[in-house]
Design a binder for this molecule. Structure first.
Ligand code: GAP
Length: 459
């Protein structure tokens, strides 16, 4: 396989320089593991979320969207198990006081030869001692014992101290789908099997090794719960694996950069679980998860809320709590994968190297850029820009040489550049330059619209 040009440093630099992603709270010296999407990045991320929604809600026979509250009744997190056991095994270096995840230390040391997910805290401590796993910051091997910290961010509700009530920022969007199971089923007259999807923010107080937007404390998830009858669950599990994989291929991923990874250790309630891993610039890691969660979630919410969550089959009158196949992917994690996959450096005939982001056109922030060949063609170019941007997102640039302007668009992945020149004044045609091939054709305005519209759909 050809070596890829992408590295995390190059990606972070390009994202900052081109208005894709900035460090969070930068003018105050930043805030660890937070990132702000810039004018170009917000469009790309919105397009990723749109493509996901189109595939998993709009094009599905029987899937429905919700947008549930981020702040939920605290009992939700008791029922889901997050209050009791949503934690990371953390260790502090006694020498330099830096804090680390024991499982990450082992993973980095063992380079895939052992899987810390299958170890108890005692086993991890023993491994770290026996193998002299040292602090990646100061190089010393002097650790505190493992302590577990709950990953949920706490806040409190109420205006006076007496009425303060501990609540949490949700650590996953999934629970908003589970608690609305019967609301959606009844109002949409949905018959099992059916799905509920949600895209939204989640928050986790995580220690992260700083791989850009791979793992952050605030992030967006795109989650889809498929409610089905026991006995059909493994077939739907296989279908969702296939659908999740195909979605990535359709976004333009090279299958060689993707692989399935079954979980070695299943949660006590799960019947099957796997990830799709992607070869990120820092190595293979989880991109999304697909889980057969059995009837655990709805049963727990039924128990903790005291409200029945039983489904009644309208034909057979059979009553049961459905099984759930969960498909979950982080929008920011997918953004990082999309950016990594799109990044290319191409050496041109004259020896220059151009940076080009080869996004699927549906994902690109702008579908076209209008560029006047010379500044005195700006009025005609601006008029074209104004008409075209009613159809699809278009940007405009008149600063610098045409070659420099092409490069800027290549770096943000704009699939087409439309150059307004003196022939435009004569016959209304413009040059259409393709980002990937750099080939140019001439089309009139109606031709440009049809040409671009045909190429920007996500199907
Ligand atoms: N409801 C199941 C759930 O939340 P998860 O494996 O913890 O499962 C699902 O998260 C997906 O959310 C992951 O595959 C990843 O894409 C994304 N994700 C999880 N934690 C993240 C974080 N701290 N930062 C960015 N994305 C994250």
């Amino acid at each position: 396989m050809a070596k890829r040009a992408v590295t995390m440093d190059k990606l972070v630099a390009l994202c900052k320089a081109r208005g894709i992603i900035f460090p969070g709270s930068e003018i105050y010296g930043g805030m660890g593991n937070t990132w702000d999407y810039g004018p170009v990045g917000v469009e790309i991320k919105n397009n990723i979320k749109r493509a996901w929604w189109k595939r998993f809600v709009q094009e599905s026979d029987n899937s429905f969207g919700v947008d549930a509250a981020i702040l939920m009744n605290s009992r939700v997190w008791e029922a889901s198990g997050h209050t009791a056991s949503f934690s990371d095994p953390k260790m502090d270096c006694k020498e330099c006081k830096s804090r680390h995840r024991a499982d990450n230390l082992i993973e980095a040391h063992a380079k895939g030869k052992v899987n810390p997910d299958t170890m108890t805290n005692e086993e991890m401590e023993a491994y770290i001692q026996e193998h002299h796993v040292c602090c990646p910051v100061c190089g010393k091997c002097n650790w505190t014992p493992i302590r577990t910290f709950n990953l949920m961010f706490e806040t409190s509700r109420g205006v006076t101290d007496e009425s303060q009530n501990k609540i949490y920022l949700r650590p996953e969007t999934a629970q908003g789908e589970f608690v609305n199971f019967l609301n959606v089923q009844r109002t949409m007259r949905a018959k099992v099997p059916f799905g509920i999807a949600q895209v939204g923010k989640a928050f986790r107080n995580e220690i992260t090794p700083g791989n850009f937007i791979f793992r952050t404390i605030e992030f967006e998830q795109m989650e889809h719960q498929w409610f089905c009858k026991e006995g059909t669950d493994q077939e739907f599990y296989a279908q969702f694996k296939e659908k999740a994989w195909q979605f990535l291929l359709d976004l333009g991923f090279n299958a060689e950069h993707l692989r399935f990874k079954d979980h070695d250790k299943l949660a006590h309630y799960a019947k099957a679980a796997c990830d799709i891993q992607y070869e990120f610039p820092m190595g293979w890691n989880e991109l999304n998860g697909i889980h057969n969660r059995t009837d655990y979630d709805l049963s727990r919410h039924q128990e903790y809320s005291g409200k029945t969550l039983t489904y009644i089959d309208p034909v057979t009158n059979e009553r049961y709590i459905p099984y759930v196949i969960e498909y979950s992917i982080g929008a920011d994690r997918l953004m990082l994968a999309v950016l990594s996959e799109a990044y290319d450096e191409e050496t041109l005939e004259n020896g220059e190297v151009r940076n080009v982001m080869r996004f699927h056109p549906a994902i690109a922030a702008f579908k076209a850029a209008v560029l006047p060949l010379q500044k005195n063609l700006a009025p005609q170019a601006k008029a074209l820009w104004e008409r075209l941007r009613k159809r699809f997102p278009v940007t405009y640039d008149e600063a610098g040489s045409i070659g420099k302007r092409y490069r800027r668009q290549d770096e943000i992945g704009t699939p087409f550049c439309l150059t307004v020149d003196f022939d435009t004044l004569e016959n209304g045609t413009v040059t259409v330059r393709g980002r990937d091939s750099m080939e140019q054709i001439r089309l009139d305005e109606a031709g440009v619209i049809a040409y671009i519209q045909e190429r920007i759909a996500f199907n």
